[in-house]
Design a protein around this ligand. Sequence first.
Ligand SMILES: Nc1ncnc2c1ncn2[C@@H]1O[C@H](COP(=O)(O)OP(=O)(O)OP(=O)(O)O)[C@@H](O)[C@H]1O
Length: 299
Amino acid sequence: MGETLERLVLNGLTKKYRNQLVLDGIDLEIAEPGILALVGPNGVGKTTLLNCITNLLRPDAGSIRIMGKSNQNPKVFKELAYLQDNSVLFDYLTGYDHLKYIRDVHKLPKKRIQEVAKYVGMESYLKKKVGDYSLGMKQHLLLAISILPQPKVILLDEPLNGLDPSSAILMRKILGELANDGATILLSSHNLAEVDKLTNKVLFLKDGKLTLVDTSEHERTVYRLRVANSERAFALIQGYGEKTWSDKSLIHVETKSHHLAPILALLHEEGITVLDMDKVTSGSETLYEEIFHKGEVDV
Ligand SMILES: Nc1ncnc2c1ncn2[C@@H]1O[C@H](COP(=O)(O)OP(=O)(O)OP(=O)(O)O)[C@@H](O)[C@H]1O
């Protein structure tokens, strides 16, 4: 058999702290490369889940397989990387020292450090002590550490935390490229706008259970039009979108198709001028509200 298709498989994963059940028999099967976001409120168990997958925490029940091997098999660590929070870094060592350690453990070629440092944009401070790094610089180093051995499965706990816009753009580009090159990436994040830019595949963690949602299937686009004759325009376009309503002389048209062209053509034919228009697209934030605040979602 060639390379296994199995990336990450969780079977009945259960974790309790004293009497608190944090993970309640989680089943999950990820067979493909790509980016998945792990989302849920503070204290719901995201870090606990990532720590169990990487064998830093022993679950109370269940099993975890990575690239077809048990996560307790030491060989798994050639395939798996975990970007944790920056408390795992040593202030008195340089970025280079950290990377050299990983390079030696994995017996990687010498040039790999420069290659990765350049890739994540940390060449200029590679030889500085980590104690002098900013939060964003530490995030870059953590990313460099995790991708140095070219792992197939990459777990990241809040990788976008503390990044300025240009670093966040670079991080998104790198994660996208790694996924295109065949990595499976699971990242936890509280930043749902960033999540929407990275992926449509979102794992919502609630009451110890995981639900995988393709957010593109729940995406809704609402166009808001200001027109010269709103009453007449409203009567004309009612029925064109899935839902049409009027609010303070703004006509709202909700559509899944993203195509407004027939409506604009119709208004043009009837001689109605569109004075202004914008578009609001709802993504995982709306779903998050439905799941965690209203306790309802149709998935
Ligand atoms: N070592 C521990 N002993 C006892 N309880 C713990 C321990 N670690 C975590 N917990 C509890 O387990 C729950 C899940 O914690 P966890 O850190 O996994 O959540 P999280 O989703 O990562 O939170 P955040 O988004 O705030 O980082 C919390 O209620 C936390 O208090």
